[in-house]
Design a protein around this ligand. Structure first.
Ligand code: PHE
Length: 360
């Protein structure tokens, strides 16, 4: 039977299948004028502003929220529940002083350039790492804490780079009594606990994997290290860390103490653990992405856990199709007959009813 083509008025665009934002979980969005100022040094684009306030790390069923929670659980297990205070809501617009000077980034360091950092004006930036909060947290009295947040770095965009991503910072301060009682050097104690803690974290996340420490340089730690793990046949850098520079503690009035600190990227971990092939997918509100992840689904190393399943690059297209079955012997209608009906209904591109008379 000939099937009428839809009239033009019938071919309206599909409704947006779901809302773009999750307001109940978003952080307050800065005002546009707090970010896009027209100041001579202002280099924040609309595209970046549009990403602010999403708080992907606060969504329990989002891969970034899941990894954040798994790391939080590890610190609760290792140090006692709530011993590490967690902060997820720190405002991402910080002073250049907090972002750079407070963590001893030298005046001529490349990360300060307008090519690498988003400036609101000459004294205000979008934080380029969660280390921007170390000094203020210490001054506020925090001694063991985790800070998670969105960080911003000007960069090219591809499957593994995006100018907004999420970091978690961990800091732990030692009292003199701790190294005196242990009869060891303060830096040795901090270094040893740091390495032991982060090796434990690697096992918590990746299962029984080989790890190695690589010497590194950060302006805010000495000694500094990077932790690498051997996962799926390659060495993967998972975090940077070290013993906090004394100057940072002194500036916070904690000159008699010692501390360790680490910083890790949540996207990096989530991509390898959930098999997410492209960093841009984390920003998707497409249900075919978001429905694949659930709070509590995580298993170490992804073993026995549902991994990300790729889906079509085309948007979902729902079809509501009606048709008749043959009067005689309706059981002869099989699954692939249904597929034929579906493909005929391509003529009705935007849902609604296609009528096919299957009666011979
Ligand atoms: N802030 C560093 C980065 O973004 C990571 C880091 C944090 C390293 C704390 C050492 C200590 O790369």
């Amino acid at each position: 039977m000939a099937i009428p083509r839809p009239s033009p008025s019938y071919a309206r665009p599909p409704p947006a299948p779901f809302s773009r934002r999750h307001p109940h979980l978003s952080l307050p969005r800065p005002n546009t004028t707090d970010v896009i100022t027209g100041d001579a040094d202002n280099n924040v684009t609309d595209h970046i502003f549009e990403k602010m306030g999403y708080a992907l790390h606060k969504r329990p069923d989002h891969p970034l929220g899941i990894i954040k929670a798994v790391i939080g659980d590890y610190f609760d297990e290792k140090f006692g529940k709530g011993e590490f205070a967690t902060f997820d809501d720190m405002y991402p617009i910080v002073t250049a002083h907090a972002n750079f000077d407070s963590v001893l980034v030298p005046p001529d360091h490349v990360s300060r350039s307008a090519n690498d950092t988003y400036y609101v004006n000459k004294d205000t930036v979008l934080r380029c790492h969660t280390s921007a909060h170390q000094a203020e947290m210490l001054k506020d009295g925090a001694r063991k804490f985790l800070v998670t947040g969105d960080v911003y770095r000007r960069d090219s965009i591809d499957a593994t780079h995006f100018p907004v991503f999420h970091q978690m910072e961990g800091v732990r301060v030692f009292e003199p009594k701790e190294w005196e009682d242990a009869g060891v050097d303060a830096v040795d104690l901090a270094s040893a606990e740091l390495k032991e803690t982060l090796e434990g974290l690697a096992t918590h996340l990746f299962g029984d994997v080989e790890t190695r420490w690589v010497d590194a340089y950060f302006p805010f730690t000495e000694p500094s290290y990077e932790l690498e793990i051997f996962f799926k046949g390659e060495w993967l850098e998972v975090l940077g860390c070290g013993v906090m520079e004394m100057k940072i503690l002194e500036d916070a009035g904690l000159g008699d103490k010692r501390a360790w600190a680490f910083g890790l990227g949540l996207e990096r971990l989530a991509m390898v653990l959930f098999d997410v092939p492209d960093i841009r997918l984390f920003w998707s509100d497409d249900k075919r992405f978001t429905k694949q992840f659930k709070e509590g689904m995580f298993r170490a190393g992804g073993v026995g856990m549902q991994k990300f399943k790729p889906y079509s690059k085309y948007p979902p297209c729902l079809k509501d199709v009606s048709f008749w079955l043959p009067k005689e012997n309706p059981e002869s209608f099989t699954e692939n007959n249904l597929c034929e009906v579906r493909s005929i209904s391509h003529w009705f591109p935007y849902d609604r009813v296609g009528v096919v008379n299957a009666d011979p």
